[in-house]
Design a protein around this ligand. Sequence first.
Ligand code: SDX
Length: 447
Amino acid sequence: MSEWKVNKKDEAMLNNFVSDQKAQVILDGKTYTLPVIIGSEGEKAIDIRTLRAETGYVTIDSGYMNTGSCGSNITYLDGEQGILNYRGYGIEELANNCSFVEVAFLLVHGSLPTQSELSNFSRLLGRFALLHEDMIHFFDHFPPYSPPMSILSSMVNSLCNFYPEMTENPVEDIDLMSARLLSKIRTIAAFSYRKSLGQPLVYPRHDLSYCANFLNMMFDSPVRPYEVNQNVVAALNKLLILHADHEQNCSTSTVRLVGSARVNLYASISAGINALWGPLHGGANEAVIEMLEEIYQSGGDYMKYLDKAKDRNDPFRLVGFGHRVYKSHDPRSRIIKAACDQVLAALGISSDPLLDIAREIEEVVLSDSYFVERNLYPNVDFYSGIIYRALGIPNNMFTVMFALGRLPGWIAHWKEMWDDPNWRIGRPRQIYTGPTRRPFVPIDERE
Ligand code: SDX
């Protein structure tokens, strides 16, 4: 088992990045000087960690649009340039040259694995692929049509009941814990799909790779053995890599916040799964395909959706577009869009009407002033469903696929937070705006 390669003094702790620059704020006639932090990629932050102690003031930033929660060595995004790097490696190079397991190792351990490290990690994934047989009975008791994301978060949370030893020493056992979780979430996802169809479970096989095993567990059948198509395996590897991490997005911040109370990894990840389920977050990939199918079935008139999206009185958002960080293109969306053609061709699918509609929508949106003025570009969710659908994965499993991809990122952030000696429980402040103190009124005197 490879040693967890963390050397505290090499950890890029925030305090190592305090610059010579200073910020000043004048409050109640007094000038306060605050440190400025400049990260390894030049990102700048005003360090307000002592603001309240020094000034009595807190800051307000609904949705944390302008607020950083931590320093991190894991992923770098540049929303203006459309850059995404995992541990310093460009997403394009990783997506085109690695397997998902390699990238999962990179995110959790901080370096690309050597061949022997990758072999060891793969062996651990194979060792942990089975579910405790008692857990399998859980599937019998979820009502039919239970949302797959609800099943996934329930089952992941239950892992700590079956593997309590993995909640004692998270630091020492990160290899085992991450391999166990990465492997079992794949089995849970496939089993929940088979159960939803009333089909017999297909158990993992030791002779198949991570993605091939998942596909086989999803689609193998006693009457028609599943033939692993390497083009499909390659497409799934690429999709999972593209979803593997994205710095402090909603679900990752949820994993960190829950984990900051020193909650075990499984329960923290279960919380992240629930955050990802939201239609404004990971749930968007399923909503995109449903929108494209609706447009297709109603004759292809997508303009009414764009008009709804632009109507400030209409809560409808054009799913698959916009991003909190990317104010230019989402690099992942470009890679996925390019992969659509390759996957469809590899599968012998000459054309996909939903892809044609998606392309037309993107073309119109990118020249429409409403979207251009708001820097709304296709995000990771706009094209991903086209590929999942071509791979035979049902719409209601798309967000589960997002969770499978994002898991190594969640684990890496949970571990980074757990290992940070400066970390403390997350507990934001607020500004109270309710009624000031008033006298109590006994119930028989209330009107
Ligand atoms: C993911 O954070 C991450 O990294 C997330 C993610 C990851 O990998 O973890 O990248 C994955 O969640 C991608 C996003 C998937 N969600 C969707 O596709 C849902 C549709 N998109 C939006 O709801 C929205 O764009 C968000 C939620 C993604 C971002 O919202 P913000 O940053 O809070 O932006 P905003 O709501 O302040 O919007 C700014 C303006 C508003 O108009 P005005 O009030 O200025 O007139 O842009 C408008 C919004 O109404 N707007 C949209 C829109 N997105 C923003 N208008 C129409 N359609 C949209 N999709």
